[in-house]
Design a protein around this ligand. Structure first.
Ligand code: ASP
Ligand code: MG
Length: 409
């Protein structure tokens, strides 16, 4: 007998029928003789709708009140799922994040989990109950309600699996696993049977929406074995684990993409030692995520700096730069929106030089201009015009033999 953590995402609990379906999946696991802890998201598009209502009232709602509002979404699901289980004859109990002992740092909207006191959950499990925990939420040591950032229910599930030393954490969603690229956009995308934590971390950070990056980080740090699978289909999903046998020695295992990117350039910075740290500390203090950074020395004593951010952070970024203008003494700032990032990922790149060259070659042949580049040991990202994003994904997916029809049985 083991302990399994199951997580159901918003689409998998998007209606009363879907909640009944989720309840059946929970009962199947229970009937296999396992204890089950379930983590759920808000129903369907509930979180978006709540955000929408807040935005109708004010364009900059209080972050504390946003957390108060958004955490209601998951509470609807936990109670309904618990009722469904009880009415099917299975003792169950729902818990909010704070009842489940999820303690977070004191940041509204994007808090990290600091600690999980799982006593209360353990007690209920010992009494034979299925415990249903609201994802995406926690509380500070002072009892202030917080959220973990959009998509954060995955993190709740993995953190609970780690705290409870669960045998496995199953992430139930509306796709059947992790694909070589997003199958909604690229028809011949193929499901991967397994990916390594590092590859998944890159894919998740690069905008492959199937798992929250922090959840993967957590899983890697605590060795939680994860499976992403469909809540409707019974087929095997994708396992995320430490070591992965390379299928067919593929160097690249996935192509990820993300739109709504802006490149900001700070031109004519005096080449002083402190400039870079001033800019990036100020942006970090405002919780603005900077992605790719390029610095170039130009005429004489000045240098230029370009970095990429999400479109939605542009106004704030410009404000931060203007606020620090006296100290930074730059000439001017410029920006270009309407950009996107396309990335190839694969552990096999470590031992295969020339993958980046091949990527740029394929893009050039298809007349796709690369505006920024960044690399890690196992990925190469290129910023391109948003209109070229999907064409770029398509040609790279083919060039690196990821398409369903390029696989020999
Ligand atoms: N309901 C939250 C969101 O939509 C958390 C989650 O689903 O993981 O972002
Ligand atoms: Mg999600």
């Amino acid at each position: 007998m083991g302990l399994i953590v199951q997580k159901f995402g918003g689409t998998s609990v998007g209606s009363v029928d879907k909640i009944q379906n989720a309840a059946n999946r929970v009962i199947e696991e229970k009937n296999r003789g396992n204890d089950v802890v379930v983590v759920v998201s808000a129903m369907g598009k509930t979180t978006d709708q709540l955000v929408g209502m807040a935005k109708e009232i004010t364009s900059s709602p209080s972050k504390r009140e946003m957390d108060m509002l958004l955490t209601t979404g998951e509470q609807v699901t936990i109670s309904l799922l618990s009722m469904a289980l009880i009415s099917k004859g299975h003792p169950a109990v729902s818990m909010t994040g704070w009842q489940a002992g999820v303690e977070t740092e004191e940041i509204h909207g994007n808090a990290r989990i600091l600690n999980i006191d799982s006593d209360k959950i353990q007690k209920e499990i010992q009494q034979g109950k299925i415990v249903i925990v609201a994802g995406f939420q926690g509380a500070t040591s002072e009892g202030e309600i917080t959220t973990l950032g959009r998509g954060g229910s995955d993190t709740t599930a993995v953190a609970l699996a780690a705290a409870l030393k669960a045998d496995k954490c199953d992430i139930y969603t509306d796709v059947t696993g992790v694909f070589t690229t997003d199958p909604r956009y690229i028809k011949n995308a193929r499901k991967l049977l397994s990916v390594s934590y590092d590859e998944m971390l890159e894919l998740a950070n690069l905008g492959a929406g199937v798992l929250h990056p922090r959840a993967v980080e957590f899983a890697k740090n605590y060795g939680v074995s994860l499976e992403v699978r469909s809540s409707m289909e019974k087929e095997q999903g994708t396992t995320i684990e430490e070591e992965v046998k390379m299928e067919q020695n593929l160097v690249v295992r996935g192509v990820a993409f993300e739109d709504e990117i802006t490149r900001v350039s700070v031109i004519g910075l005096p080449s002083s030692l402190g400039g870079l740290s001033t800019i990036f500390s100020a942006l970090a203090n405002d919780h603005i995520n900077v992605d790719i950074i390029i610095q170039s020395m130009t005429e004489g004593e000045t240098s230029s700096l370009s970095f990429s951010i999400k479109n939605e952070d542009l106004t704030e970024t410009v404000k931060v730069l203007e606020r620090n203008r006296d100290q930074l003494q730059y000439d001017r700032i410029e920006w270009e929106s309407g950009l996107a990032k396309v990335s190839i990922v694969g552990s096999g790149m470590i031992s295969n030089p020339g993958v980046a060259a091949e990527m740029f070659d394929v893009l050039a042949q298809n007349e796709i201009l690369v505006k920024m580049v960044s690399t890690s040991e196992i990925k190469v990202s290129a910023v391109v015009e948003q209109v070229k994003m999907l064409p770029a994904v398509e040609v790279l997916h083919d060039a690196f033999q990821l398409s369903a029809n390029s696989v020999k049985a």
